[in-house]
Each structure stands twice: as structure tokens, then as C-alpha cells.
Design a protein around this ligand. Structure first.
Ligand SMILES: [Zn+2]
Ligand SMILES: [Zn+2]
Length: 280
């Protein structure tokens, strides 16, 4: 008897509580619709103005080391001196290396706050940041007409094991954000696969880095890239070894030509000091 009298009371109280919570939730979601809380900058957490198109605030955007007007016409690396009207500026790396891609363009320099954000994106699971940075890539690339109109976008693939560990491919997130501002079709993930992990290669010289990457990419169904102009999306361009090897594989599979667009590019001090670049 004791059980029968006590249990319904507890149950009734619980029900009232749940209904209260339910009504409260409806009221709250109504308020959220009327007065949506402002989005926050995905770097510093400041409130963004209502209707803001980008996920980063003005201050964070101003502190990014963007690539200026003077850069290597092949790889997009910033240069210190002005391009001669008669010739194409080249960075010291591109004067030594034969690239397979038509050209690469980079939005920012891999240093300071942009370097920090790329680390955050790759190693601290901040997916929204990837989309927000991709939007900036889309805006800049659209304004500077860096992606050919006929191109299909393609994110540099991660090795399957790395993808499982991280849970996402940062280049795919950049591509998703980019498409908010640049209406260019993209190839499905899996069009190109990465057959093995190449590991950290920052300690390797340019030649060893290239040897390390040879044969790492594969196009399982070449018909998906045959005859297409492709624009490869990645988070960083260092020596161009990754983009070159991917381009070589895509051209072998029948792609027409390959361009690159990266969020950042590593800078050679020599180029910024003005001793490196030469002109054709
Ligand atoms: Zn901010
Ligand atoms: Zn270059």
C-alpha cells in the first residue's frame, strides 16, 4: 500500500515538471525566432553584427597576414619587389622547379594568426573555423578571378586512417565554405584517394619531399576527371610537392589542366628580402 500511494504522487509531480519544461522550451524557441542571439566570431568569440555574411569579426580579419598585390605568378608566393610589366614575377623556388600545375594562388601567408588558426583547424577539431576560413577563400578568389569559370573543385584527400582519426578532412571544410561565395561544382570526395600516410615532411628537403610523395595519389575511376579543368583546394602550399604530385596523377588520368588554391603559403625569407625573385 505504501508503494501504491507514494508512487503516483511522485509520478504526477514528475509529469507537471516535464510539461513545465516543455512549455518553457516552446517559449524559449519562440523568443529565439523573434530575437536570434547574434553569431560569434569563430576565432575570438566576439558577437558578430546581425546579418553578418562572414563568421569572422572585422578585427580578426584585419590581423590576418593576407597576400598582397605582388606575388609569384606561378605559385602565388608573396614577393618584395614590384612585378615588371613586361615579365612574369617568379619566386626563388619556382625559378628552380618545373611545376605540373598551371598556377597556384594563396589567400594568406602561413605565419602569425593564420598559422595559429590552421593549427586550430587541423589539430583541435574546430570544424566551423574551416568553413569560415573557406568563405574568405571564396570571397577573395571570386574578387581576384583565381578559379577558372570552367573548373571543378577538388579537395586534397587525406589518407583513410588519418581521416578516421581526425573525423574530417580540413580541405573539404574549406571547399564547403568556399562554395558559399563561389558557385563552382566540386568533385565527390573519393574521386582521388591517398594510398598511404606520408608523415611529417617539413624536415625534408624539396627533392626528398617529392620522392616521399611519388605514387601516393590514385584516381580509381579516371572517367570522373577526364577532360576536366580542376582546381585543387588545400590549407597550405609549402614547396608545391603535394600539388605537383596530385596534378601529375590527375593529368595521367586524363584531366585537361590543374590549378591550385590554398588558404596559406609558406614564405621564403629570401623572396621577401628581395634577393630571390627573377623575371623571365
Ligand atoms: Zn574575431
Ligand atoms: Zn613561385
Amino acid at each position: 500500500m505504501l508503494f501504491l500511494t507514494k508512487f503516483p504522487k511522485r509520478n504526477a509531480w514528475g509529469k507537471r515538471f516535464l510539461i513545465g519544461e516543455y512549455l518553457n522550451n516552446i517559449w524559449q524557441s519562440g523568443l529565439d525566432l523573434l530575437f536570434p542571439s547574434p553569431a560569434l566570431c569563430s576565432i575570438c568569440g566576439r558577437k558578430l553584427s546581425i546579418g553578418a555574411l562572414l563568421g569572422l569579426c572585422q578585427s580578426c580579419l584585419e590581423h590576418m597576414p593576407w597576400v598582397g598585390a605582388v606575388f609569384c605568378q606561378l605559385c602565388g608566393r608573396p614577393l618584395a619587389i614590384r612585378q615588371r610589366p613586361s615579365g612574369e614575377a617568379r619566386c626563388s623556388d619556382c625559378t628552380r622547379t618545373q611545376h605540373f600545375f598551371v598556377r597556384n594562388r594563396a589567400i594568406g601567408i602561413y605565419t602569425g594568426s593564420l598559422k595559429e588558426q590552421i593549427q586550430e583547424l587541423k589539430y583541435r577539431y574546430n570544424r566551423q573555423l574551416g568553413i569560415d576560413l573557406g568563405q574568405i577563400m571564396g570571397l577573395v578568389a571570386k574578387h581576384r578571378q583565381w578559379v577558372p569559370k570552367t573548373a571543378h573543385l577538388l579537395a586534397v584527400p587525406l589518407y583513410a586512417e588519418r581521416l578516421r582519426q581526425r573525423g574530417y578532412n580540413q580541405a573539404e571544410l574549406l571547399l564547403d565554405g568556399l562554395q558559399d561565395f563561389l558557385q563552382v561544382p566540386a568533385l565527390e570526395p573519393g574521386t582521388v584517394i591517398r594510398r598511404s600516410a606520408t608523415g611529417a615532411s617539413s624536415h625534408l628537403g624539396p627533392r626528398a619531399r617529392r620522392a616521399n610523395l611519388q605514387g601516393v595519389f590514385q584516381v580509381p575511376r579516371p572517367g570522373q576527371v577526364a577532360g576536366k579543368v580542376l582546381c585543387v583546394i588545400d590549407d597550405i602550399y609549402t614547396t608545391g610537392a603535394t600539388l605537383d604530385e596530385l596534378t601529375r596523377t590527375l593529368l595521367q588520368a586524363g584531366a585537361q589542366e590543374v590549378y591550385g588554391l590554398t588558404l596559406s603559403i609558406a614564405v621564403d625569407e629570401q623572396d621577401l628580402l628581395g634577393h630571390g625573385p627573377s623575371f623571365d
